[in-house]
Design a protein around this ligand. Structure first.
Ligand SMILES: NC(=O)c1ccc[n+]([C@@H]2O[C@H](COP(=O)([O-])OP(=O)(O)OC[C@H]3O[C@@H](n4cnc5c(N)ncnc54)[C@H](O)[C@@H]3O)[C@@H](O)[C@H]2O)c1
Length: 484
């Protein structure tokens, strides 16, 4: 089916962007708002967004006029009578959406496809509210819609195959990458991203590491474009909380229960950027200053010890087996078992290097403040951002990253989406440098499996147990994830 006239209902943050995307691709757009005031706001969003594109030299001024000329704005749903497709982007409240879909079903031609941009509500419930459930799908754009290249196309058990493939083809015509998924809470991106963000809030709540340290670990260590707390502030803590609630309702997985810290901040009105404060306030993330130059003696053990000793020695710090201020122990596992073998266990700090820039510094229950401080200073001298954390399985990066990768494997193994689609969704939907399967391959399937086993042994959370498929691939000696 060729879509030429498209309706967009609700011209807020998302709807205005979606209307722009359609108009840019040459389609005629009928934008519907609730009342005249909201309509004027929607028009303002559309005009400002396209004006910005002209200012930045991304859009010729005459093209802007053409784009705006293709959009008709109205407060009457009856104007959608001739639309080939209607995309709904009104607030995330199921009752509102059901009532809108009933109305649209009465107004639109029988062959019109009705799509929802919902992030978390069941598309099936909207389809069931109409007399054309086969022609109801999800068309989930990302914010800002004109920029983000991903569209999750959601098919329900009732969707006609051609409606789904027509909408995917339309997304491609819009210059987007379409990923077709089933109707499960959170689809691909939110289902994988939000539990990871929630987990970061739990790690902070458990005192395993601090806000800035976790953000540094995930950006400079794991190479993500934003740390979890900066990202939560951007998404909005209230939105994140609501998505977690929806995920929990569907899965009853304890990890999907919103972190109590999220609830507390939301209740306190700290919603993130939209309210001026969230995890971060007005201040910027802490700058990593140069290290202290005082006299510190150290010893170091484990794989990588000699290289670090050489670097620290060159900077004038003395290695001493006798009476060091701190004993650095390289390990990718908790180090307390090494600490108890020292004559003074309070001096031991675990070191786990992540990427080229970060060193996680694990403090056991016995580590003294002096030793912990000395380890931080030495790491700065060695040219690495120190990430102090508790001596727990996975420290920070593996504890956050491996369960996310495991969730992706389980999602694929459940037949929900292909590995290639999940990779594309996370790259394009989150701006990640690589998708989860690509990340698994670069970490090493065996190392990921073993790290998950260690996390499971520590926390006994079934979700941390390596996905059977991952385990089998490692047993089979695979180093790549099969793309079926
Ligand atoms: N904001 C995001 O990052 C994002 C990303 C992807 C999907 N979504 C989803 O998109 C939808 C809209 O979110 P948003 O952030 O754009 O919300 P928003 O509050 O910015 O916009 C909603 C708009 O709908 C209008 N509206 C309300 N009732 C209406 C009605 N009966 N008829 C016509 N217009 C009506 C409102 O006036 C408002 O302009 C939600 O389902 C949300 O889950 C949001």
């Amino acid at each position: 089916m060729a879509f030429e006239r498209v309706g967009v209902v609700g011209l807020g943050t998302m709807g205005a962007g979606i209307a722009e995307v359609f108009a840019r691709a040459g389609l005629r757009v009928i934008g519907v708002e609730a009342d005249a005031e909201a309509l004027a706001r929607g028009r303002g969003l559309l005009e400002r967004s396209t004006a910005r594109a002209v200012d930045k030299g991304r859009l010729p001024a005459e093209r802007r006029a053409e784009i705006l000329g293709r959009v008709t704005l109205t407060t009457s749903r009856d104007d959608l009578r001739e639309a080939d497709l209607v995309v709904e982007a009104i607030p995330e409240i199921l009752d509102y959406k059901i009532s809108l879909f009933r109305d649209l079903d009465g107004v639109c031609k029988p062959e019109t496809v009705l799509a929802t941009n919902t992030s978390s509500l069941p598309v099936t419930a909207l389809a069931a509210a109409t007399g054309r459930p086969g022609r109801v799908v999800g068309m989930h754009f990302f914010n800002p819609a004109p920029v983000m290249r991903l569209v999750e196309v959601v098919r329900t058990v009732m969707s006609d195959a051609d409606a789904v493939s027509d909408i995917s083809a339309l997304a491609t015509r819009l210059g987007k990458t379409a990923v077709t998924v089933g109707d499960r809470a959170g689809f691909v991106v939110n289902r994988l991203l939000l539990p990871y963000l929630n987990h970061a809030a739990l790690l902070m709540e458990q005192g395993i590491a601090g806000r800035d340290d976790i953000d540094v670990a995930m950006t400079r260590g794991a190479g993500l474009p934003m740390g979890p707390f900066a990202l939560l502030d951007l998404i909005g803590l209230d939105t994140a909380y609501e998505v977690m609630e929806v995920l929990f309702d569907e899965t009853r997985d304890r990890r999907h229960a919103p972190a109590p810290l999220l609830r507390e901040l939301v209740t306190a009105g700290r919603l993130g950027r939209k309210s001026g404060r969230g995890f971060y306030g007005a201040e910027q993330a802490r700058a990593q200053g140069p290290g202290r130059s005082g006299v510190i003696t150290f010893d170091v053990a484990g794989p990588g010890a000699d290289e670090l000793a050489g670097r620290l020695g060159a900077a004038g710090f003395a290695r001493s087996g006798e009476d060091p201020d701190v004993v650095l122990r390289f390990s990718d596992r908790p180090v307390v078992e090494h600490a108890v073998r020292l004559s003074d266990p309070s001096r031991m700090v675990g070191v786990h290097l992540v990427g080229d820039e970060v060193a996680e510094l694990a403090r056991t229950a016995l580590t003294s403040d002096t030793a912990a401080g000395a380890a931080v200073d030495l790491m700065k001298v060695a040219g690495r951002a120190p990430v102090p954390c508790k001596d727990r399985a996975g420290f920070v990066v593996d504890a956050l990253m491996l369960p996310y990768l495991n969730d992706a494997v389980r999602m694929h193994d459940a037949g929900y989406a292909s590995a290639a689609d999940i990779d594309a969704a996370m790259r394009l939907g989150c701006g990640y440098p690589a998708g989860p399967f690509e990340m698994l391959e670069s970490i090493g399937l065996a190392r990921a499996r073993d790290g998950l086993r260690a996390l499971y042994a520590e926390y006994r959370d079934p979700a941390f147990a390596p996905a059977p498929l991952l385990d089998q691939l490692v047993t089979a000696g695979a180093t790549e994830f099969p793309r079926r």
